[in-house]
Design a protein around this ligand. Structure first.
Ligand code: SF4
Length: 359
């Protein structure tokens, strides 16, 4: 078996998101943990480490690289119908027991994930761009593992992408800092953020901090990034009416235009005994979102079982604008300016000038 730590340590470069302290100690600012790391030690994510007073960060490889429908991220209001070339590395700053990408995310944190070493492919940013061109991608996404912890590598790719007119997005747990958002700002257009719970005690179990996530949602929206929020609804964990109302009210307080995706949990990793989320629970969550005042609420992971909650409606005249079945768009009626064709209302989002299937 390949030693994953030795291999990953060779695939690093000097980082930029840190502040030097006395005696060679560094403070990493790539995520909300703000690890204080002494020489020879690692941050909580394990993939960033202090080598003689310099923070070494992941570089020069991917553990996953796929052209995906952007709806899979999920982004429903960001260039719908386009391909998002999606790359991921290894490691995470959380340790969610229900993670569906745990082999990638828990590398170096769970010995059971050591086989992730075989996912590693050395690659350059230029080669990733070449793949993006060949796959016709309009978007490049950093996903599969937590992108915040590999932000220097993402920016190296994003700089090339933006120069070619390709937009860049993060699929993140939102445990960010103002510093990393500023660092990404010139290159990043969209951010999908998980809001996993409205309870700090739940976030503690996952290894995160609720306030950091709420601050990221608000800050990124205020910065003008396109933000969509996902809440994976896990039975017995975060599915009470009270908590769902709190999440929806918080999002409305930031902007009623934020799309909220309430998605179904499936047993995975260390949570094999919890029942899958039934469609009725997703529908209850989605109705709470709409009642709270959110204009765009979607129920995900159960295609064909959630009725109108896969469709985008005009918030003014209720005209169906985009109909979906899972990741597939079956009808698209927005104008090229992103307006409702019936009443002219501007629909919040980033829309293609020439949507697929339209001339
Ligand atoms: S990315 Fe987060 S968890 Fe990793 S070293 Fe930096 S502050 Fe710590």
């Amino acid at each position: 078996m390949v030693n994953v730590q030795n291999l990953l340590d060779t695939l690093t470069a000097p980082g930029e998101l840190f502040v030097s302290q006395a005696d060679g100690v560094v403070r990493c600012t790539a995520c909300g943990h703000r690890c204080l790391i002494r020489p020879g030690r690692r941050g909580i994510c394990q993939v960033r480490f202090n080598e003689n007073g310099t923070l070494r960060v992941p570089w020069g490889y991917v553990a996953g690289l796929h052209p995906d429908p952007i709806e899979k991220k999920p982004f429903y209001h960001f260039l719908p119908g386009t391909i998002a070339l999606t790359f991921g590395m290894l490691g995470c700053n959380f340790h969610c027991d229900y993670c569906q990408n745990w082999l990638s995310s828990q590398a170096l944190r769970d010995p059971a994930a050591d086989e992730s070493a075989y996912y590693i492919r050395r690659i350059s940013p230029e080669q990733i761009l070449e793949y993006a061109r060949h796959s016709g991608a309009a978007v490049i996404a950093s996903s599969y593992n937590e992108p915040l912890i590999t932000s220097e590598w993402a920016v190296a790719i994003f700089k090339l992408a933006v120069a070619e007119g390709i937009k860049c997005v993060y699929v993140s747990n939102g445990n960010a800092t103002p510093e990393v958002l500023e660092y990404l700002r010139p290159w990043l257009s969209g951010l999908k953020i998980d809001l996993k719970s409205m309870r700090q005690q739940n976030y503690r179990v996952l290894g995160g901090v609720l306030k950091n996530v709420l601050d990221t949602i608000r800050r990124a929206t205020e910065m003008g990034l396109w933000v969509e929020v996902v809440t994976l609804v896990v039975p017995g964990f975060n599915d009470s009416n009270e908590e769902l109302w709190e999440a929806a009210r918080f999002l409305v307080s930031v902007s009623p235009d934020i799309p909220w995706h309430v998605t179904a949990f499936h047993s995975d990793y260390k949570m094999m005994d919890t029942e899958n989320t039934p469609a009725r629970t997703l529908l209850r969550a989605a109705e709470i979102g709409r009642e709270a005042g959110l204009r765009y609420v979607y129920a995900g992971n159960l295609p064909g079982q959630v009725g109108e909650y896969e469709t985008t409606f005009c918030p003014t005249c209720n005209q169906p604008l985009i109909r979906r079945w899972g990741y597939v768009i079956s009808e698209y009626h927005l104008t090229s300016q992103g307006r409702c064709p019936s009443c002219g209302t501007v629909i919040a989002g980033v829309w293609p000038e020439r949507p697929a299937g339209q001339t």
